[in-house]
Design a protein. Structure first.
Length: 277
């Protein structure tokens, strides 16, 4: 029950409407009031929730949306703000039309050879360090800005990172599903590629949760038009299914150049086929 309560608090970020002035004008959730923040299906002015778990305040949401960073929220504040600011600045000058927009956490941001690996596709990298699905929903307008991609590639695993405020894999799946719905609404008919969570020694204790999430996402994608689940995990495992650190940086969390090369070998053909290149 305690776990359920904590998730109810998080869920209020994404469903419901608060404030008498918060009106949704149509199915696209356009707000009549400038102080209203619209997301996928709902709009609202102010969200407030405090939940106690084991006698300690677990989640506290006090911000008025729209916000860049929520107040007193550890899982919002933990990511590198400088990365988000960099994305905002780049959006002012960067070419907006591209074949593929990559976004998500540091495993995307650190893919330094992405453009080279995806030739002849024109790609844009909008990943930022420490990203969780929970704050990607906050930063959705900043991350995607007014880019005009033909397809999306997404990776994020920090909601199952072992930080003490992790979600359950099924809860994370709901946030992924919501992200897919937002992308489908805002970018109709653009294919979406979801990368599997990679097993790694740094987060070995989370392996079974990673396995469960990958299974859920694979099944979801198999039954959802326009969504492809890409298994970039299995190809970098040893024959016995254990983690092969030869594909990882010294932190045993992020893949190295060799690992990215494998990811590219799996992903690039799928993108070329989807985009008719």
């Amino acid at each position: 029950m305690k776990r359920l309560l904590s998730i109810v608090a998080v869920a209020t970020l994404f469903v419901g409407c608060w404030g008498e002035q918060c009106k949704c004008a149509d199915e696209q959730c356009k707000c009549a009031d400038e102080q209203c923040q619209c997301t996928d299906k709902m709009c609202r002015t102010e969200v407030g929730a405090v939940v106690n778990v084991d006698g300690k305040e677990q989640y506290k949401i006090t911000s008025t949306l729209p916000v860049e960073y929520a107040d007193d929220m550890e899982w919002i504040l933990r990511y590198d703000r400088s990365d988000v600011e960099e994305l905002r600045e780049r959006a002012k000058t960067e070419e907006k039309e591209c074949d593929v927009l990559y976004f998500g956490s540091s495993s995307i941001r650190l893919w330094k050879t992405l453009a080279e690996d995806m030739v002849p596709l024109k790609v844009v990298n909008r990943g930022y360090g420490g990203a969780m699905l929970r704050d990607i929903h906050y930063n959705y307008p900043t991350v995607l800005a007014d880019y005009k991609p033909c397809a999306f590639v997404f990776y994020c695993d920090n909601d199952l990172g072992g930080f003490g405020h992790d979600l359950h894999p099924t809860e994370l799946f709901d946030l992924y599903r919501l992200l897919v719905e937002r992308l489908k609404r805002d970018y109709p008919d653009k294919p979406i590629f979801i990368l599997s969570i990679k097993f790694n020694e740094n987060r070995a204790a989370k392996r079974e949760e990673h396995r469960l999430f990958n299974a859920i996402m694979a099944d979801y994608a198999a039954h959802t038009e326009g969504v492809t689940f890409v298994d970039v995990n299995t190809p970098i495992l040893s024959a016995d299914g254990s983690v092969d650190n030869g594909y990882f940086e010294d932190d045993k969390l992020h893949v190295n150049r060799k690992g990215y090369a494998v990811w590219a070998s799996v992903l690039r053909p799928l993108l070329l086929e989807a985009l008719g290149k």
